[in-house]
Design a protein around this ligand. Structure first.
Ligand code: SAM
Length: 243
């Protein structure tokens, strides 16, 4: 593994804004991840963000902003739904190597890229599931098995909660990374969350350097078991959102 780009400011920002200090090895891992993302992106459309400085802030740092709400204990399992090129799940794994992480991604090439990063960085206890969240949420090995579920830029919250909440165990949390519409989406998703056995616990604002938009973490807690009919078949949550 050769590091081709360096990110001195990722360290500064992670430390000052998130209270997380990164090792040389972790910084090298992020640098290699960024260079592979740029290279794969020339062949497959993985991300619209390709400039290294932008990758640093809008992918890596934004992923790490989950740490403002994500407080896992050793042995906790985290699922990232609609992970795309690995965000936020893989940056979280890089900074917390002991975490058990599952990435769920519907597009084959994106799942392949995630596997490539996992292998290249020799990350242990990461599984990449190439499937739709609606299917995974009905599988016994995943249903209500996770202490934490995270997602960024996957669907409107009213739809997203039907992907996330069935995967979360009782007492666990789901974190949706949202833009300026976070508070409005949180309000609109309240009815759907009630049906799925959850409630909004907290809204956390996130300010990133060089990003004018205020971002939000919508933190939801699992308060009751999700009824077995949820998630519904693939595509139904989008066509007929709950609530
Ligand atoms: N989370 C990544 C990020 O923030 O960079 C990717 C965001 S991308 C806009 C949305 C991703 O969610 C796509 O890769 C898409 O294939 C995936 N996706 C959308 N609906 C999904 C579903 N029902 N199950 C699994 N993956 C899904």
């Amino acid at each position: 593994m050769t590091a081709t780009t360096d990110f001195p400011s990722l360290q500064d920002i992670a430390q000052t804004r998130l209270g997380t200090s990164l090792s040389r090895r972790q910084l090298d891992a992020f640098a290699w991840y960024a260079s592979e993302l740029a290279e794969w992106n020339e062949r497959f459309n993985l991300t619209a963000i390709t400039d290294p400085a932008e990758i640093e802030v809008k992918h890596f740092l934004d992923s790490l902003s989950c740490l403002l709400a994500l407080k896992p204990r050793p042995g906790d399992r985290v699922v990232d739904v609609g992970s795309g090129a690995g965000f936020p799940g893989l940056p979280l794994k890089i900074v917390m190597p002991w975490l058990q992480v599952t990435l769920v991604e519907a597009t084959g090439k994106k799942a392949d890229f995630c596997r490539h990063i996992v292998e290249g960085l020799a990350l242990e206890s990461v599984s990449v599931v190439h499937a739709r969240a609606e299917e995974v949420g009905q599988m016994a090995e995943h249903r209500q098995m996770y202490h934490w579920a995270v997602a960024r830029a996957v669907a409107h919250l009213q739809v997203l909660v039907e992907y996330l909440m069935p995967l979360v165990r009782l007492g666990g949390r789901a974190i949706a990374q949202k833009g300026e519409t976070g508070p409005v989406e949180a309000h609109a998703a309240e009815g759907a969350l009630r049906l799925l056995g959850g409630r909004v616990q907290q809204l956390i604002t996130v300010e990133l350097p060089r990003v004018p938009e205020t971002r939000y973490l919508v933190v939801m807690e699992k308060t009751a078991a999700t009824p077995s009919e949820y998630p519904r078949r693939a595509g139904v949550p989008t066509r007929k959102p709950l609530g």
